[in-house]
Design a binder for this molecule. Structure first.
Ligand code: ADP
Ligand code: MG
Length: 391
């Protein structure tokens, strides 16, 4: 991702959204305790513990197949749990069918009624609840204004763009003022420009309406820009729960680091570990870093040193370098060059610089020790597999 700091977090846990009108149905707390789901022999979701506070926007983030949709469908009631319980303000809901939970759902494929107008699609749920006509009209109008579809109200879904259709799906979910809105990759069918625009819309709607939301995505930028807190999943287990800043500054393990844009992941061996940090060595490299865990590393312990490309700098004016390499791929990104270089030992190193670099240029690089995070090596794991996009 381009910016070095995530978007400012929104309304924090428990605090009402700034501009938001909090619907009467707003919940105070959603709790998941040991929520588990098996498909036959395969456990898609290992015991998940999570508390979501009223008005909060929580994103479930992880690569495809990590169990995001399974978790969301368990919440929605579309999948029975294999274990654990779910409670809304202390009242168990995991035994209730989806319609009794009354959650708003937004799916990747919109799932609109093609034969109904936008207005009728949005009003459908209220009609099912036998809400009065005048009340339906008032609430549908208000929500259509919120999602900026007033002008399109008479059209059918087939006459709308993908982004507009997704806004109808969002309007249909929020018009019911549900205690909880669940969204499963709602933007992944849209093209890149529209995805960015809709991301802003979702954030705005959340701020104005203040509905508690659980949002599923595999896109780390999307999750960071939208969510108050993120739950990073990997192979059905929670890797870390935290605010965007928590995950960004102190990822819990190399996998979360990879997802958060720590593109340089060097497998080395700890040589010394003291109050100055860790010295790690391997394949001609010698780097100083900061251990992430409290536990003191054993000497000769295999470690992964994780560094963001923006924290690798060209050594200026003959300053001593932490490593030397040869530039291989140079991409121009406006004010910056994104460079992929290779060390003598064969390690790939990614960095960003405003200085013009050409392929085959030798480069001397420095890495501040406080920006090099040292993790115990999750032995055998493929660290390249879950790198977030767009570093
Ligand atoms: N109906 C199903 N039957 C068997 N396995 C499933 C089923 N649905 C999902 N899985 C498996 O469960 C895991 C998690 O899937 P899913 O929750 O859809 O992941 P995600 O939404 O993160 O991509 C995957 O390994 C997937 O293959
Ligand atoms: Mg999914």
């Amino acid at each position: 991702m381009e910016s070095s700091t995530p978007a400012a977090p929104g309304p924090g846990p428990g605090s009402p959204p700034a501009a938001g009108r909090r619907p009467d149905s707003q919940l105070r707390e959603l709790t998941l305790r040991g929520v588990t789901r098996d498909y036959g022999e395969h456990t898609a979701l290992h015991p998940l513990d999570l508390t979501v506070h009223g008005g909060e926007f929580v994103a479930l983030l992880g690569p495809s197949g990590c169990g995001k949709t399974t978790a969301l469908n368990c919440l929605a009631g579309l999948l029975p749990l294999s274990g654990g319980e779910i409670a809304l303000d202390g009242r168990r809901v995991d035994t209730l069918p989806p319609e009794k939970r009354g959650f708003g759902m937004v799916f990747q494929n919109y799932a609109l009624f093609p034969h109904l107008t936008v207005r009728a699609n949005v009003g459908f749920g209220l009609k099912m609840r036998k809400t009065g006509k005048a009340e339906i009209g008032r609430r549908v109008d208000a929500v259509l204004r919120l999602v900026r579809l007033t002008e399109q109200a008479h059209k059918h879904p087939g006459q709308l763009s993908g982004g507009q259709q997704q806004r109808v799906a969002i309007a249909r979910a929020i018009v019911l003022e549900p205690p909880l809105v669940l969204m499963d990759e709602p933007l992944s069918n849209l093209d890149a420009a529209l995805r960015l625009q809709m991301r802003g819309e979702i954030r705005r709607i959340h701020q104005e309406f203040g509905l508690t939301t659980v949002y599923v995505t595999h896109d780390q930028e999307e999750a960071l820009s939208l969510a108050d807190r993120l739950v990073v999943l990997r192979e059905g287990r929670v890797s870390q729960i935290g605010t965007p800043a928590d995950l960004y500054e102190t990822p819990a393990d190399p996998h979360v680091a990879a997802f958060m844009g720590y593109r340089n992941l060097l497998r080395l061996e700890a040589v010394t570990a003291d109050s100055q940090g860790v010295l790690a060595r391997g394949r001609g490299l010698e780097l100083r870093g900061t251990p992430v865990a409290d536990r003191v590393l054993d000497l000769r312990e295999p470690v992964v040193v994780a560094i963001r490309p923006e924290n690798v700098h060209l050594a200026e004016g003959g300053a001593p370098a932490d490593l030397t390499a040869v530039a291989e791929i140079v991409e121009y990104h406006g004010r910056q060059f994104h460079v992929e270089a290779r060390t003598d030992g064969g390690d790939r190193v990614y960095f960003k610089t405003a200085t013009r670099v050409h392929p085959n240029d030798p480069v001397s690089l420095t890495i501040p020790a406080d920006r090099a995070l040292v993790f115990r090596d999750p032995q055998g794991a493929d660290l390249s597999a879950n790198q977030g996009a767009g570093t």
